[in-house]
Write a protein that binds this ligand. Sequence first.
Ligand code: PHE
Length: 338
Amino acid sequence: IELHARAAIDAAGDPAALDAVRVALLGKTGQVTALLKSLGGMDAEARKSFGAAVNALKNTVAEAIEQRRAVLDAAALDARLAAERIDITLPARPAPRGTIHPLSRTIEELTALFGAMGFTVKDGPDIEDDWYSFGALNIPSHHPARAMMDTFYLKPSGRNRPMVLRPHTSTLQIRTMLEQKPPIRVIVPGRTYRSDHDATHSPMFHQCEGLVIDRGITLAHLKGCLVDFLRAYFEIPDLKARFRSSYFPFTEPSMEIDIAWDRKTGVIGAGSDWLEILGSGMVHPNVLANCGIDPREYQGFAFGMGVERITMLKHGIADLRSFYESDIRWLSHYGTSP
Ligand code: PHE
């Protein structure tokens, strides 16, 4: 029986077959069990010698089954490990990552640079009342500046006066002065709209307005603030700037600010050409009065610049329209990682 049992155990190729062998040997009606049962019908002498042999056989068989089970379990585990093998030497798939749009980055830079000079950021509606866009800014309805701006007019039903898509962020000069008491120091980066479209104009673009109102503010403050800003933004400590007399209805006197550059190479701070970069001036007394601020007590300055323009100049971007084309190659080249 032992030889026969060993052969059957070794032949069992999987746990189920082994279990069948175990039942056939050690189960209720198994061969070894039958031998054990037969002990009951023997006399004491025979039972003693035969019993010891049968028990030894039972233990040997049980042990052989356990050894075989261990072999089969190990083989099953090896097979599973082989089937579920993961190749950790494969390179990981790249996870696509977005970048910060260059305009957003410039606005972050403006916020940081002016923030260091004590300016806070203000925000307002893109769809504006005519009065905030023009009237309060000392631009009466017959004024040629209205035509100059190529403003988009909206005709909401049930209103007499049209609304406009704000053609400049100067609307926020008025909103700020109506909401806040001086001293005021704000910048307003935001979207602006004009009916114009070519390589240097887009119907939607961004400006950043600035407004400072306090007692005793003079042209010297305007100059110091803006020259400091331009040198910090373009990262050229001795950048030359020129203040050129100009005209805006809402500032008096008004100045455009030019910076030195080389027209041929486009390099800022080099060469002997001048590039217009900022509109500015002392806030017109009429504008202060329109906002309930007494021009004899408070003075201030305002400025405005094109966010696309200063971004193009700093990073050598040739076509304004590329800002809005969502070309993934352009965005990953000019964008910055978050
Ligand atoms: N609003 C002017 C423009 O759009 C810029 C400006 C702002 C000029 C503030 C002077 C003061 O051109």
